[in-house]
Design a protein around this ligand. Structure first.
Ligand code: NAP
Length: 448
């Protein structure tokens, strides 16, 4: 048996993820020591309530409510409490007392990442956060290390399992949003308060983290455009299916060229429900799974796929970080660090460029198509496809009658790539036009 140097590991939190991390640290202690080149001694576990039930059996003597004392003297501090405070204060305490830190806290990194990375830089500590975006999927390390010699052009991620579960069930079963959400809550896939998931806040935090890494730029959370999935209904999903698309909540992080910045580049970071062709790899991400599709200049397209959450799955990513932290602690030297030197401007959503599908209810009379085409062309939005549906009034895409008795038809217009601002101005003009009864939906089309 090798006589390894002992490293003290302090764990903050023993909930869904923390309890699994503690159990695996204890169970695989010998193997982890061989991989890390150091023995990883679980020095203690800080929680709020010593008597709270735990998902796994853990030695009671390890538990404490005194996180601050536990951090003193620790070589590695793992923060799995969640929330902003006191997690932020504890991480800063750990960094300033010479520990390397591991966290899965996307909310904290998306809002206070710069402060934490700067504090670590100043003392030569390292911050590891593989589990903060897309759970068990290795995506932070690939972006930070493996692709450090490449130029990432675009990331499209399904990074929220709850919304993917809901949209997938709506797609497969034709169910309505509210019904699937209620069932997801019953099964534990969705929180009692689902706002963070269904309104896209959780995905926006992950988008900020991924974009910062991919483009070597500090991306503040409020620069991320965010829309949720609460407006997506069964009719829309069915129409998408018929057109060969699936609706996914996507985090899109993209490098733009031809901009006015010094380098001529900028980035766009946005979260919204979008149509994606059924032939795209992201379309086959089912249930609560996550996937991140990365397009890099030299590497080309890469897809990272797997469990985006779950206690034991996320613990795998956390323990990988603990081993990395231990290796660095033993070897010494400067860690990988965060590079934000590219410092690219993050453009507002109006400057994003993508394709769109616009569904209009229009007066069913001669000349309507020409009027609609004219408005689009004046707005710099070029038409790629048009489909007019005139079917039984009872069906989807029906020709119906308005209160005044005029017949109404449904027009589905696919556009070429257009600037978001041009598109939204054009949609406003369409909505105000005499021939348009209603703008039924406007969805972005991503992935080609
Ligand atoms: P959780 O189940 O709510 O557990 C939180 C733990 O932190 C509990 O043990 C709690 O103690 C402890 N805690 C909270 N506030 C504390 C305080 N002020 N002082 C001491 N202990 C405190 O959370 P989780 O699901 O494990 O998530 C942990 C982190 O991982 C979060 O940042 C989350 O975003 C991230 N994450 C989670 C998942 C997942 O699948 N769950 C996936 C990826 C990332 P008590 O038990 O005594 O209340």
């Amino acid at each position: 048996m090798i006589d390894y140097r002992n490293l003290r590991v302090a764990l903050l939190g023993a909930g869904a993820v923390g309890s699994q991390v503690a159990a695996l640290l204890l169970k695989h202690a010998d193997e982890l020591a061989d991989r890390a080149g150091a023995s990883l001694e679980l020095a203690g576990i800080a929680v709020r309530d010593l008597d709270a039930p735990r998902d796994v059996d853990l030695p009671r003597e390890l538990f404490t409510t005194d996180a601050e004392s536990l951090i003193v003297g620790a070589d590695i501090v793992i923060e799995l409490m969640g929330g902003i405070e006191p997690a932020r204060a504890y991480l800063l305490q750990a960094i300033n007392s010479g520990a390397d830190v591991v966290t899965a806290n996307k909310a904290l990194l998306a809002t206070h990442g710069s402060e934490i990375f700067d504090a670590a830089d100043q003392v030569g500590a390292e911050v590891y956060y593989e589990a903060a975006a897309a759970g068990a999927i290795p995506i932070i390390r690939p972006l930070r290390d493996s692709l450090a010699g490449d130029r990432v052009q675009r990331i499209m991620g399904i990074v929220n399992g709850t919304t993917n579960y809901i949209l997938d069930r709506m797609d497969v079963e034709g169910a309505e949003f509210a019904d699937v959400l209620a069932e997801a809550q019953r099964l534990g896939y969705a929180e009692a308060d689902p706002t963070a998931d269904v309104e896209g806040y959780d995905a926006a935090q992950k988008a900020a983290i991924l974009a910062s890494l991919a483009f070597h730029t500090s991306v503040p959370l409020d620069a991320v455009h965010r829309e949720g999935i609460t407006q997506i209904d069964a009719t829309l999903i069915e129409a998408a299916r018929k057109a060969g698309y699936v609706v996914k909540l996507l985090a899109v992080c993209e490098r733009l060229t031809g901009e006015t910045s010094a380098s001529g580049e900028a980035i766009s970071v946005r979260v919204y429900p979008a149509l994606i062709a059924r032939s795209h790899p992201l379309a086959s991400v089912h249930g609560a799974n996550n996937a991140v599709f990365v397009e890099a200049e030299a590497a080309g397209p890469l897809m990272f796929y797997g469990a985006g959450a779950g206690g034991v799955q996320t613990a795998s990513a956390v323990l990988g970080d603990v081993v990395s932290a231990a290796r660095r602690h033993i070897a010494g030297g400067v860690g990988v660090g965060e590079s934000t030197r590219a410092n690219l401007p993050v453009v507002p959503i109006g400057r994003a460029v993508t394709r769109y599908q616009i569904t209009l209810e229009v007066a069913d009379q001669p000349g309507v198509l020409a009027t609609v085409a004219g408005i689009l062309s004046e707005g710099n939005v070029s038409i790629a496809t048009v489909e007019q549906t005139v079917v039984d009034p009872a069906g989807v895409g029906a020709t119906t009658e308005t209160e005044t008795g005029a017949r109404v038809a449904r027009l589905v217009i696919g556009t070429h790539r257009a600037r978001e601002q041009d598109l939204s101005d054009t949609v406003e003009r369409l909505a105000a036009s005499d021939v348009v009864e209603r703008v039924a939906s406007v969805l972005r089309v991503e992935g080609d």
